[in-house]
Ligand binder design. Structure first.
Ligand SMILES: Nc1ncnc2c1ncn2[C@@H]1O[C@H](COP(=O)(O)OP(=O)(O)OP(=O)(O)O)[C@@H](O)[C@H]1O
Length: 831
């Protein structure tokens, strides 16, 4: 009994020490001390002359001597401590130590690992000493103030005795040089400007010191020009308005606050119209209701499908490491100086042009009513919602009127309204009303800039937010590509598809750091995406040895698609090892340092594959392209690989059943025939669009009409240049090597029949264990020495393991079992 009590007492003690409140308390105390000393030191700068005599006279007894008065703002303790540190120790650089105390306090409060603090302490201590010497040496004789403190003065007098004054200067320079080489690791190969930039970067980084140690494997970034200053001379559309961002905050959506642009009368009128909710009897003159809710926005945000990631088998043992709550891993730390593009690089939207005057509304409404009456369709109410390019008239038919009847009159109504692009939605899903969309006489262009600066986009907490355009209700629609999870874009030529692709890419570039998203670009037409090649060392991913980062040739495309499949398999493997269901969970674990990089774990960026025009690919390579696309589309969602594929040939031999089945989210621009619309959306509608970025977005059935955001090629180039000029990764993001069948066949003249019966088991074992040892195969599979040796040789011939290395195990060259299965299937098919 006594023993149990003792045990529980120990347990209590242990729990007490482990109690996370203790380091926090300690941290708070340190912070207090740091603030206290800062104030005392600052006060010392003003009061040192008055206080010094008293402090020196009383020494530490000052603290207990009530009669002694001092001027320091923090009393006798403040006077004593500041005198001690500044006068006796380090002079002005004492502030550096106070800074360190503050950092340590924060570190304890956050319960981050202590090791970086030790490093920081050593660094700052040396820096403090060096600075004390420098100050004493250079300015000590100019003032009575103890600039370098007692220690600085002592070292200077001692050193200058030994080395002479000039010797001290040389010594200081030597120390600085050593610091640059060993600590700042400055590369002296660059131009003087680059070296200077690197030094400045280093020191500013140190002062900012985020305490996030770079991962051991982090590539060192090459010296490159510092990020360019914001381009203040970027072109403006129409008006040359003042800058709206504070310098230095470019692209930082949180702090950027656009100045409200001057409103035009017509805009104000519109706003008011939109705000109004008027329901009037039909007979009255202005019997229009302007609604505030978008009846069509059945999609809206709902477009983003619920997060039902296809889970993977997580039964494997969890290999969690570093459960000691170290400081989170910061994927952006490899490129800390990267600045997202700022909004001034884009043109401002047109203003004052988009008038929808009341007369137009009334005329359209009257005509709709009249036309319907001609066909004996009575209605009880009509409401209008004005969008950027079209106005939606929502009508409530009189009881007893069949909806199909109205639907059949679509062409007649269009004819009588003498306008192109009438689209009838009968009924509007979930509302039981009928929608008639009529194009506005003066359509409004939706600029990329206004959608990017919208609150919705700026605050979007999505994995891959895409600001696609504005809905009929003039609301910016932001969709998450990660949840779509792939996007098929189609439309006749010249209707806005390329602009749409650019706006998708812009959304990503404006929101994401290069460590978070990688783009794989395929452009068989060779003209659309080539400007993005400049993002090679920032955002692009491609194959090793690929000279052009944007893939244009069909054979290379096949390689890259298969390589992405391998990347997908490898990612699944990593997820499985980490017992994570999807990339989000995986990265969360990695960031929390619960996955060990030494076991192959790494932060996984999202990968977005963009194919601008896949028609030619399907025509020339058929299944070879279609199959990997389908495989990726089916499986890649959970591992963060998303596809955006576009075509201007929306026919069934291009948008095949296989492709359609795997792309629930689709965008249709204007097409010429209803059948094309059906091919893309499974319904008509795209043939009635008006072009120039007018589009329908469908996600698993819901269809939303949008006016796509417009971004012009020069704007795109500005943004690309802004990013391209910044320092990038030394190593671009490379996809796994893909060996073609011929290459694999060359790896050995072995046929499937030649393989030992136990070959597959042995290969699986080796791959699972990632350990190429013959004796392990022997032992685990109960095989004789010779047979196991033969199997190993066969594996070597097939490139599964490397050559024998004497007594050491062979290198395992195949990473996961899926790859092995592919290997074996290929062999089997060939024989
Ligand atoms: N969102 C938009 N807002 C306003 N105008 C647009 C928009 N998108 C496209 N346009 C207009 O339509 C023209 C053609 O657009 P775009 O080049 O994107 O078409 P496309 O379908 O890609 O053509 P192609 O298939 O020949 O490449 C643009 O130059 C522009 O004038």
């Amino acid at each position: 009994m006594a023993k149990t009590k003792k045990q529980s007492g120990q347990l209590g003690l242990r729990m007490g020490l482990k109690d996370e409140r203790i380091p926090k308390l300690f941290g708070l105390l340190l912070l207090f001390i740091s603030v206290y000393l800062t104030v005392a030191f600052v006060s010392y700068l003003f009061t040192w002359k008055i206080d010094q005599d008293r402090v020196l006279r009383f020494s530490w007894k000052l603290l207990s001597e009530d009669a002694a008065t001092v001027d320091n703002w923090l009393g006798r303790l403040g006077a004593f401590l500041s005198n001690f540190f500044i006068y006796f120790c380090f002079g002005l650089p004492s502030f550096i130590l106070v800074y360190f105390l503050g950092r340590l306090g924060l570190n304890r409060l956050r319960r981050a690992p202590l090791r970086p603090m030790t490093n920081l302490f050593v660094k700052l201590m040396l820096f403090t000493l060096g600075l004390s010497v420098l100050l004493s040496f250079a300015f000590g004789s100019l003032t009575d103030f103890p600039l370098g403190g007692g220690i600085g003065d002592y070292l200077v007098s001692h050193l200058s005795g030994v080395l002479g004054g000039f010797g001290v200067i040389l010594l200081l320079l030597l120390l600085f040089g050593l610091y640059l080489i060993f600590e700042a690791r400055i590369d002296f190969n660059g131009s003087p400007r680059q070296i200077r930039n690197d030094v400045v970067d280093h020191f500013s980084e140190m002062v900012r010191f985020r305490g996030k140690p770079k991962p051991a494997t982090a590539p060192r970034t090459a010296p490159a020009p510092a990020p360019p200053a914001p381009n203040l001379s970027s072109p403006k559309r129409e008006t040359d308005r003042p800058q709206t961002l504070a310098p230095g905050n470019h692209g930082d959506f949180e702090i950027e606050s656009p100045r409200p642009r001057p409103r035009t009368l017509s805009e104000e009128g519109r706003e008011q119209l939109r705000g109004d909710q008027m329901e009037m009897p039909l007979e009255s003159v202005g019997d229009l209701t302007l609604v505030g809710k978008d009846p069509l926005a059945v999609g809206g945000d709902n477009l983003i499908v619920a997060d039902g990631d296809e889970g993977i088998d997580t039964s494997l043992a969890v290999t969690e490491e570093n459960a000691d709550h170290s400081e989170p891993y910061d994927p952006t730390a490899d490129l800390p100086s990267y600045e997202k593009p700022h909004l001034q690089l884009l043109l401002e939207g047109e203003t004052g042009k988009h008038e929808v005057d009341r007369a137009e509304l009334e005329a359209n409404k009257d005509q709709i009513i009249e036309t319907l009456l001609n066909y004996k369709i009575e209605i009880t109410k009509i409401r209008a919602t004005i969008g950027p390019t079209v106005t939606l008239y929502e009508i409530v038919p009189a009881p007893g009127v069949r909806i199909s009847k109205i639907k059949n009159l679509e062409d007649d109504i269009a004819l009588s309204l003498a306008a192109l692009g009438i689209r009838i939605i009968a009924p509007i899903p979930g509302r039981g009303t009928i929608g008639i969309e009529v194009p506005n006489k003066n359509p409004q262009m939706v600029s990329m800039r206004e959608v990017l600066e919208s609150e919705k986009f700026r605050t979007a907490k999505m994995d891959i937010p895409l600001a696609l355009g504005k809905t009929i209700k003039n609301e910016v629609l932001v969709a998450d590509l990660a949840k779509m999870p792939h996007l098929l874009v189609a439309g006749a030529t010249g209707q806005g598809k390329s602009v749409g692709i650019n706006s998708i890419i812009m959304s990503i570039l404006y929101k994401k750091h290069p460590s978070q998203v990688k783009l794989v670009m395929i452009d068989p037409k060779k003209v659309e995406l080539f400007p993005y090649a400049k993002l090679e060392s920032h955002f692009l991913a491609f194959l090793p040895g690929q000279t052009e980062p944007i893939t244009t040739e069909t054979t290379k495309v096949i390689h890259i698609l298969n390589s992405l499949c391998i990347e997908m398999d490898q990612r699944y493997d990593l997820l499985k090892k980490a017992a994570a269901r999807n990339i989000k969970e995986y990265n969360e674990k990695f960031v929390a340092r619960r996955l060990n990089p030494e076991k192959g774990h790494k932060f996984l960026p999202f990968i977005v594959l963009i194919i601008d025009e896949f028609a030619d690919l399907i025509m020339t390579a058929g299944k070879e392209v279609e199959m990997p696309i389908a495989r990726l589309a089916q499986l890649s969602r959970a591992v963060g690989i998303h596809l955006v594929i576009a075509t201007q040939r929306p026919s069934v031999n291009i948008i095949t059943g296989v492709i359609k089945a795997n792309f629930p989210a689709r965008i249709a621009y204007k097409v010429t025939a209803k059948v094309d619309s059906r091919t893309i959306l499974d319904s008509g509608g795209a043939d009635q669009l008006i072009g120039r970025g007018d589009m329908l977005l469908s996600n698993g059935g819901d269809v939303v009409r949008l006016q796509g955001a417009f971004v012009d090629t020069p704007e795109v180039e500005e943004v690309i240049n802004y990013i391209g000029q910044q320092r990038g990764y030394v190593e671009p993001y490379l996809l796994p090597e893909y060996n073609t069948d011929e290459e694999m066949a060359g790896s050995g003249a072995l046929s499937y029949a030649d393989l030992d019966d136990m070959f597959e088991d042995a290969a699986r074992l080796i791959i699972q264990q990632q350990h190429g040892s013959t004796s392990m195969v022997q032992r685990r599979l109960k095989l004789g020495y010779n047979r196991a040796g033969r199997i190993m040789d066969q594996m070597e011939q097939l490139g599964i393991v490397g050559p024998s290395q004497g007594s050491k195990p062979r290198e395992v060259l195949v990473y996961d079992e899926m790859e092995l299965t592919r290997f074996i299937d290929d062999l089997r098919n060939r024989s």
